[in-house]
Every structure is written in structure tokens, then in C-alpha cells.
Write a protein that binds this ligand. Structure first.
Ligand SMILES: C[S@@+](CC[C@H](N)C(=O)[O-])C[C@H]1O[C@@H](n2cnc3c(N)ncnc32)[C@H](O)[C@@H]1O
Ligand SMILES: [Zn+2]
Length: 352
């Protein structure tokens, strides 16, 4: 039995919410509405002509692309015949048949059929790594790959070995672990792309609820892969003084001991200016996107380390600005401050 839902301008049938799991016949998770809202926003701005939504379940994302962003040329695919049957009915229900064609294939097979797409969305249960390579190869020049990863316990440092195995990169279990997770996800997609001479540069990313999402644009320009690799590296981190720095090697010293590290990962900018300009779906992304450092600080953690009371965000950010630093809140963490200041620059502000 399916239930009727509405989301954005789409109305559609999917399995009832209490059944939402990997075994659900027509999967729909209302918590992922923000994921789809942002996809509608990004695709609406980029106006791709050929779109592949490769793991579409109920078809809600495809229908919203058509109705809310006026997009067409959408291929909506799912491996499950039951989901595809519901998807077809949902597309009819929304009169979106002209914009959306339906496929019932394994995503890897679909993406290996020689069609090039300007936008490909991979929205699996868990990691997108297994599906990414054919997707990257099927991107048109300047095409955008959007991936969701729900295996955050791995990317964000709780299961270090699993992350190294899946993403070939070491995560960090610390105050900026979610940002590190996003940067590892981007790095892994880039690494898979570079095997085929394709560079991928992030244009948007976020960490929300229990998942991480990255949008990356393909670039075939000469030298693009080298340019991309020049912005990859390691983050060294000291658990004692909260100091951190970027490095080309996974080793360094601080406070008389070896530093912990994350990487390899993407160290460059995550957000394209044209996409954050006017973006309001997640607070703080527009401000933090202007500060190109691959981490943030946690005000409570600094206060605890210094054994002093916490400083209010606005006071801290004003003080950092007064000292000539860039500083803003971050969407990654309510207690977070993104800044180009170093940990030593915080000490006088907290001790004032
Ligand atoms: C998390 S759900 C997708 C949710 C959907 N994108 C949305 O926004 O509502 C994952 C979907 O991937 C489908 N799937 C799993 N493995 C697949 C594969 N190898 N190829 C295509 N679809 C697959 C499942 O049937 C399921 O419907
Ligand atoms: Zn230290």
C-alpha cells in the first residue's frame, strides 16, 4: 500500500514513512526534502539540458525539477521495478511526461550506454563511491555530478578503517569532522575522475542531518587535473592545542608530539560564487563560502581548552574582524566559527 505525499509542487505516491528503509518498495524520506530543495535550486540555476537522476525511487526529485525549475530532458531511473511502476504513475499524476522519461536499469549500466549528461544525481543508501566512475565518465563537458553520502559515521571519523577502505583517505574525529568528511567525499570523486583524465571541481556542498552532499563540475581543460591535484593534500591536527595546518605529507609535530591527520582530501573552495549568491536554504553558507580555509573552530572547545567561559559568536566574530581576520559562522556546526585566524589568535580574545 502506498500513501499520497506532497513536497514542493509535486504530489506523489510512495511507501508510508514508517516503512522507509533500504527494503522499502517505493522509498521516500521526507527528511531529505532539503537535499531535494537544494538540488532543485542548483539545477535550476545551471539549467542542464540532459539530466540523469539515477536512483530516483518515487520520482519526486524529477517531478520537482520539471515543475519547479522548468527543466526537461530528465531521465529518471531506478533499479526497482516496483519503484519504477509507481514513478511512472507519479509522473502522470503531475502531468510531467513531456519532461521526464523513465528507465528501469542498474545505474551503472544506464550510465555506460554512451549518453552524455549535463547533470547526474546519485542518491544511494550509503556511499556513492561504487556508482561514481561511470557517472563521471558520462558527464558532458562542464557537466555536474551531484552525490549524496549517508555513511557519515565513516566519513566523519568514527570508523577510520572503513573510511580508509572505502574512500582511500583518513578521516578526523574532531570538531570539524563533517567538513573533513565533505572534503574526503570530494577528493574521492576527483580521484576516480582523474583515472579517466577528468578534473572535477566542487561548485556546492553541504552537511545536513545524517548525510553529506557534494556537487562537482567536470572540466576537461588542459592542465585541469594538475590544477585540481594542487589543491589536494592533508590536514594536520593537534588534539592538545587544537592547532592545525595543511601539509603535502601526513606528518608533523606540535606540543611535543606527532600530529593527527586527515587526508588525502580537497583543500580548495567548495562553493561557486554564482551559486551562493542569493542562496538562503541553509543559513551561513553564503558567508562561510567567502572564507577559503579547510576547517573551522569550535567556540566551546576552545573555551574548555583554555578553562575560560565561552565567548558569544557575535563578539568573537567582531573581535576577529577587528584584528583583520575573515570570520563567520558555519553551517557545519552551531558552535563553529570559520576564519583564517589561527588558534593562537583566539587566545587573547577568550582571555580578555
Ligand atoms: C535513497 S533511495 C533514492 C531516493 C530518491 N533519490 C529521492 O530523492 O527520494 C535509493 C534508490 O536507489 C535504488 N537503487 C539501489 N541500487 C540501485 C542501482 N544499482 N541502480 C539503480 N537504482 C538503484 C533503490 O531502489 C532506491 O529506490
Ligand atoms: Zn599542539
Amino acid at each position: 500500500m502506498l500513501s499520497l505525499f506532497t513536497e514542493g509542487r509535486a504530489k506523489f505516491y510512495a511507501s508510508p514513512q514508517q516503512q522507509a528503509s533500504a527494503k522499502t518498495p517505493v522509498f521516500y524520506n521526507p527528511v531529505m526534502k532539503l537535499n531535494r530543495d537544494i538540488a532543485v535550486y542548483v539545477a535550476g540555476r545551471l539549467k542542464p539540458k540532459q539530466i540523469c537522476l539515477g536512483m530516483e525511487a518515487s520520482g519526486v526529485r524529477a517531478i520537482r525539477f520539471a515543475l519547479e525549475a522548468s527543466l526537461s530532458g530528465i531521465t529518471a531511473n531506478d533499479a526497482s521495478p516496483v519503484a519504477v511502476e509507481a514513478m511512472k504513475k507519479n509522473i502522470e499524476l503531475n502531468n510531467a511526461e513531456d519532461a521526464i522519461s523513465v528507465q528501469n536499469k542498474d545505474i551503472k549500466k544506464l550510465l555506460s550506454e554512451g549518453e552524455a549528461y549535463d547533470y547526474i544525481d546519485i542518491d544511494p543508501f550509503g556511499t556513492p563511491v561504487y556508482y561514481a566512475e561511470p557517472a563521471i565518465q558520462a558527464l558532458s563537458e562542464n557537466g555536474v555530478l551531484a552525490v549524496t553520502a549517508t555513511d557519515t559515521s565513516c566519513l566523519c571519523g568514527r570508523f577510520v578503517k572503513a573510511c580508509i577502505k572505502k574512500y582511500s583517505s583518513r578521516p578526523l574525529d574532531n570538531e570539524f569532522c563533517k567538513e573533513t568528511g565533505l572534503r574526503i567525499l570530494i577528493w574521492k570523486m576527483q580521484e576516480l575522475g582523474s583515472k579517466h583524465g577528468r578534473a572535477l571541481f566542487p561548485v556546492f556542498g553541504h552537511s545536513s542531518n545524517h548525510y553529506i552532499r557534494a556537487y562537482m563540475q567536470a572540466c576537461n581543460n588542459k592542465g585541469a587535473v594538475e590544477q585540481m591535484k594542487a589543491q589536494q593534500g592533508f590536514i594536520l591536527y593537534c588534539h592538545k592545542c587544537l592547532g592545525r595546518r595543511v601539509s603535502v605529507a601526513p606528518e608533523g609535530h606540535c606540543c611535543g608530539a606527532d600530529m593527527d591527520y586527515a587526508g588525502l582530501l580537497w583543500l580548495g573552495s567548495i562553493w561557486d560564487e554564482s551559486l551562493v549568491d542569493g542562496f538562503t536554504l541553509i543559513r551561513h553558507i553564503a558567508e562561510e563560502s567567502a572564507i577559503n580555509v579547510p576547517w573551522h573552530f569550535d567556540t566551546h572547545k576552545i573555551a574548555k581548552m583554555l578553562a575560560v567561559p565561552a565567548v558569544r559568536h557575535d563578539v568573537l566574530i567582531d573581535s576577529l574582524h577587528a584584528k583583520g581576520f575573515k570570520a563567520s559562522r558555519t553551517h557545519f556546526k552551531p558552535e563553529g566559527v570559520k576564519t583564517d585566524a589561527m588558534i593562537s589568535d583566539f587566545v587573547p580574545i577568550f582571555r580578555q
